[in-house]
Design a protein around this ligand. Sequence first.
Ligand code: KG4
Ligand code: ZN
Length: 334
Amino acid sequence: MLILGIESSCDETGIAIYDSNKGLLGHTLHSQIKLHSSYGGVVPELASRDHIKYIIPLIDQLLKNNSISINSIDSIAYTAGPGLSGALLVGSTLAEALAYSLNIPSIPVHHLEGHLLAPLLEVEKPSFPFLALLVSGGHTQLIDVKKIGEYNIIGDTLDDAAGEAFDKTAKLLGLSYPGGAALSELAEKGNFEFQLPRPLINSHGLDFSFSGLKTAVLTLVKKQSKLTDEIKANIAFAFQESITDVLIKKTIKGLEETGYKNIVVSGGVGANMKLREKLISRSKLEKFKVYFPKLEFCTDNGAMIALAGYLRAHLSSKNNYKFSVKPRWRLSEI
Ligand code: KG4
Ligand code: ZN
């Protein structure tokens, strides 16, 4: 079975082809980061237009590079939500129209399920059940994954998502949007100079809250008579230490509560090296296993959507083509 995967929920147009026997055959991506960076965030209408511009050429190119004819595709998986409605509509309209014209099924995929299952693209895969730490620009959740399709959210953010906190802190330090990766690079040059709060680290539940951390960074920035490169790096360092400590403490608490031995980390913040290093060293001490997708599959991509589509192929429909998307869609509702 050959599945074409299409991701267009935000500012990345991602396309992939997944083979049920051979795994991922190829993928391609167009990022809109440059387009939006001068606005300090994603401009929805510009995002939709850019998806329209790139989506068909990217599919054509990927098929050509893999010497696959569009007629060999067996089904088309696409991100149906959550995300920006206009951006989602570009992917869903194309996917549904293409599936209709080829007389093959279409598979609407939940974007977060794509992130969640992305580590299954790797050779060494986690076995079920596992605990997932989903950390992206819009979400920070701890999810009890019993099996494919059975997801129980046991921890969530009360305010800012982890990626959002990275991006807002990066902005305070003068880095351009989205800033998470740049802040992490800056933190590499920093040292222990400042202490920032670790919100809810010792609280009873598994929820997160990062808006206070961002406010603490703002207060610290304002206190500096001169924001030198060294001070900026030290603030980035302190921020990264705080946020990764909180994420790890809650994740390990979630592991204790579920009794699981496997952790999956996914979403854009899963590309953070400090988070990876700290979790790997804790996993050695505390005898659990931690799985990450490849760096390129932490952030939005078509490969995770093609894979999730394959794993959820029983949900596919033929002759039921509809162009509806779900910009707001909780993972627990799928
Ligand atoms: O999963 P993703 O591509 O999009 C969403 O579904 O939200 O995640 C994007 C988020 C952004 O906030 C970005 O700054 C953050 O992931 N991010 C990082 C790193 N790379 C991307 N945050 C921290 N460290 C990184 N290396
Ligand atoms: Zn995402």
